[in-house]
Design a protein around this ligand. Structure first.
Ligand code: HEM
Length: 495
């Protein structure tokens, strides 16, 4: 770790002299006050080259502090849903980090965590984003006024810290590279997977993952948390330990071993406005092979079991096992049978064993938890860093002296454009203005490009005039030489 202790000591001494004015949590004195082990732990969350060589000390402390803020937030035991059998916010932060990153589209290089578009209301309104606003709002409040760490980065930090707080054993694979930009006026809509569909193609093509990573990412992540009728229409826990990667008493994660069991039963589950949930047995949609792509998200409400329970908000089909219960209506915050035994799976989870291309991986992960952790770690790091290097909406991916600029209305028409000294000055100013006004980097890049256009026109006309002048002088000289030559020849002929 390359924190300069001299600089810290100097800043800390300023703080100690003038505590009331200068000292704040998240500054040098805060950092100095941490035990060394905690300093090392916070620093280890970040990719070492980026953290140690590419950002200055103030920023390093800000990033470390933002991670600490998430740890502290999770330690407050704030609950993301009163309907769960447990109290916790980490699963929602993890899910939100996926939803922020899951808009990435490899074919175009657009979307993803870079841009932080998940904080945009228009994107949050997507059908797949039910209850994600609970996470973005908390992060917005937690990091209000924080200038050094973009919100887009805080979402990734939140996901990684959430995984650490839930015992993920391969934190070494998750180290974060920061530097994302947050773009307030772009929403990447309809790009997230639906629980009704086979996830294979989307994850391998759209997110550029291997099949093994795809299976590990989906199954690994659904070791955590719960589904909530009022968020997605699905209800229940995937495992008996929703706040831990491991099973009870640190046993192996159980998502895959339980998925491979044969005693799953399928239910149509409907959630009602009066805080009840109905369960009605239905046929196994995988009984005759892979089901076709499903109806629109939300399901058919009129097929719900008990209309008398009030108007159904959402109905979905899901698999359940672990304990028997009657088709009936239950309170939304009460499991129909022992919550520690009852498990659920989404249709998209079931594809992991029903699709022949993915099934061998599901079997491997059921038996080899270390392989699962390794593949999950690599896949999670990849999806949260997809698009970080592009010369795109974020302005990253250009060599020094160049800036990423949008050359037309389409966000894909972006390129690295050579900075002049003057542009360097004005672009630094623009970045701050952008944050203050909440306008997009892409917009300001586009207007900078318009200014560049004018400058280029002037230079072009000047150059044309010089070329034409040189051309005229050359022609005149040529005519003079020819005229002289002619006279000499005429004189020779007369003689
Ligand atoms: C095919 C891909 C996926 C689908 C269709 C899917 C769908 C869902 C659905 C419907 C829920 C229930 C939400 C609710 O009602 O609160 C959920 C929860 C969750 N998902 Fe996924 N998911 C997918 C992949 C992922 C990935 C890749 C991650 C993380 C890397 C993830 C993390 C989570 C977590 C942690 C929860 C629990 C949230 C909570 O307890 O509040 N999911 N997912």
């Amino acid at each position: 770790m390359k924190f300069s202790t001299g600089a810290f000591a100097f800043l800390a001494s300023i703080c100690l002299r003038d505590v009331a004015i200068h000292c704040q949590e998240g500054d040098a004195s805060w950092w100095e006050s941490l035990p060394e082990a905690q300093q090392r732990k916070l620093a280890s969350l970040f990719e070492s080259n980026w953290f140690e060589n590419e950002i200055d000390e103030d920023k390093r402390i800000s990033y470390a502090y933002s991670a600490q803020q998430i740890y502290d937030f999770l330690a407050t035991n704030k609950d993301s849903s009163p309907n769960d059998s447990y109290i916790g916010f980490a699963p929602l932060l993890l899910r939100a980090s996926f939803h922020g990153a899951g808009t990435y589209t490899h074919a175009t290089g657009t979307g993803g965590s870079n841009g932080g578009t998940i904080f945009n209301h228009a994107e949050l309104a997507d059908a797949q984003n039910g209850c994600i606003a609970g996470a973005t709002t908390e992060l917005g409040v937690l990091f209000h006024g924080q200038k050094d760490v973009p919100l887009a980065d805080t979402m990734v930090i939140a996901g990684v810290v959430a995984l650490d707080s839930m015992d993920f054993p391969r934190m070494d694979l998750l180290s974060i590279t920061g530097g994302r930009d947050t773009i307030s006026n772009v929403a990447n809509r309809d790009r997230l997977p639906s629980a009704d569909d086979d996830p294979l193609t989307r994850f391998t093509k759209q997110y550029d993952l291997t099949v093994s990573q795809t299976v590990a990412l989906i199954g690994g992540s659904h070791n955590f948390g719960s589904a909530h009728g009022d968020c997605s229409g699905y209800v229940g826990q995937w495992t008996a330990t929703p706040l831990s990667w491991f099973g009870p008493d640190r046993s192996d994660p159980s998502f895959f071993s339980d998925l491979l069991k044969e005693d799953w039963r399928w239910y149509k589950v409907c959630t009602y406005a009066n805080d009840t949930v109905s369960y009605a047995s239905v046929e196994d949609p995988f009984a005759n092979g892979l089901p076709e792509a499903e109806e629109a998200p939300g399901g058919e409400v009129d097929a719900c079991l008990v209309a008398s329970s009030g108007e159904a908000m959402l109905c979905e089909e899901q698999a359940m096992r672990g304990c028997d219960f009657e088709d009936d209506i239950y309170a939304i915050d009460a499991s129909p049978c022992d919550v520690n035994l009852l498990q659920m799976r989404l249709k998209s989870d079931f594809f992991l064993k029903a699709n022949e291309a993915m099934m061998p991986y599901a079997e491997t992960f059921a038996s080899y938890p270390d392989v699962l952790a390794e593949e999950f770690g690599k896949a999670y790091h990849k999806i949260t860093h997809n698009g970080l290097e592009r010369c795109g909406l974020s302005g990253h991916g250009c060599p020094e002296g160049y800036s990423c600029q949008q050359l037309g209305e389409n966000t894909l028409t972006q390129a690295c454009v050579l900075d002049t000294a003057e542009q360097n000055g004005s672009s630094a100013g623009n970045t701050e203005d952008d944050q203050a006004l909440g306008t997009s980097t892409a917009e300001s890049a586009a207007s900078r490009y318009a200014d560049d256009d004018d400058d280029r026109d002037t230079v072009f006309i000047g150059l044309l005039a010089v070329v034409m002048f040189i051309g005229c002088v050359t022609m005149a000289l040529v005519f003079m030489v020819f005229g002289k030559l002619n006279k000499v020849l005429e004189g020779t002929e007369e003689q």
